[in-house]
Design a protein around this ligand. Structure first.
Ligand code: FE
Length: 205
């Protein structure tokens, strides 16, 4: 079995935003799709560790801002590499506006947003799958949507670390951070993007 077959999916990239009891937050996800068209329904899968997942569960509402190729790495760093538990991601974020449902959406580096209300939640262990009815949506620009492959090739900074020749290294597939060593500890967390050991790939230099 070649697990790299999973890399052939053409995922998009999104900022998922929600709010509950006056607390707003947002995170990056790559798992948004339309699932029916009459009525319009979408599904998203969100890692349970994400604070925004809690807000979606509690409020039953979210916005999905679709990231375009004009998105800079800063958007990914801001919404993907820090937790809403520790930081108020909207405290001084300039490129956002509230939609009719009262939630934020992202106005720069995006080409559309969709407002939705959760209809079903499915517990998948590591993730929650939310199936939601679309309440509203707007096109924001004609820039092409950013795929996960586009992020990997064009947006993610090239690694600044130079591993020594002949060494085995583990590279974070999300941000490019390099860990030198034969074995990566199972509980290792990427110091840059906070993703777990399962997001690292073994490489021989
Ligand atoms: Fe990382």
């Amino acid at each position: 079995m070649d697990k790299k077959a999973m890399y052939k999916f053409s995922y998009g990239l999104f900022v998922l935003t929600s709010a509950f009891e006056g607390k707003d937050s947002g995170c990056i996800i790559n798992t948004g799709i339309q699932v029916t068209s009459d009525p319009n329904r979408i599904s998203i899968a969100v890692n349970k560790a994400n604070f925004t997942r809690e807000l979606v569960e509690k409020s039953g509402r979210f916005n999905l801002s679709i990231l375009s190729e004009s998105a800079g790495f800063e958007v990914f760093r801001h919404f993907g590499f820090q937790s809403g538990r520790d930081a108020d991601k909207f405290a001084a974020y300039p490129d956002c506006r509230r939609s009719a449902n009262g939630l934020y959406y992202i106005t720069a580096g995006t080409n559309a947003y969709i407002s939705a209300t959760v209809e079903q939640s499915v517990d998948l262990g590591s993730h929650m799958l939310f199936i939601a009815i679309v309440d509203d949506m707007e096109v924001l620009s004609q820039d092409p949507s950013a795929t996960y492959a586009y992020y990997q090739n064009e947006i993610k900074p090239k690694p600044v670390q130079q591993p020594s020749a002949g060494k085995t290294v583990w590279q974070c597939t999300v941000c490019g951070y390099i860990y030198e060593g034969e074995e990566l500890p199972a509980d290792f967390v990427c110091p840059l993007c906070k993703h777990p050991a399962s997001d690292f790939e073994k490489k021989s230099i």
